[in-house]
Design a protein around this ligand. Structure first.
Ligand SMILES: [Cu+2]
Length: 120
């Protein structure tokens, strides 16, 4: 690299730096704006086990009705509702009326049960 090219590339680097600095500052300011709701960020917390009781099993369609306790990671109060199951074989392990613990996640807008354990 000759001396002219070195100088030119330094100038370019300096120009690029001075251009990107305001952009970085802007991006940082955007992050500090309100709207990053801490409550919503809690939704991404790792899902824990939820208590429930099997009310209905629809193995053909991979659905199960569970009377569930509070689902903390989804901010959902206790209720009875239908869930999709990740794997229909999970429904072989449980019976209607059985007390269970289960893990539910939100997948593409659907509630999907990924694990069911019978309570002893
Ligand atoms: Cu519910």
């Amino acid at each position: 690299m000759n001396k002219y090219a070195q100088t030119a590339s330094r100038l370019l680097a300096a120009a690029a730096l001075s251009l990107s600095l305001p952009l970085l500052a802007q991006a940082t300011m955007d992050h500090s704006k309100p709207g990053m709701d801490p409550g919503k960020m809690g939704m991404t917390a790792a899902p824990g086990m939820t208590d429930g009781e099997i009310r209905k099993i629809d193995k053909e369609n991979g659905k199960v009705t569970i009377k569930h306790g509070e689902i903390k990671h989804m901010d959902m109060p206790p209720m009875s509702m239908v869930f999709n199951v990740k794997d229909k074989a999970m429904l072989d392990k449980v019976q209607v009326g059985e007390k269970i613990q289960f893990i539910v996640i939100q997948d593409a807008g659907k509630m999907v049960v990924t694990d069911i354990k019978a309570m002893k």
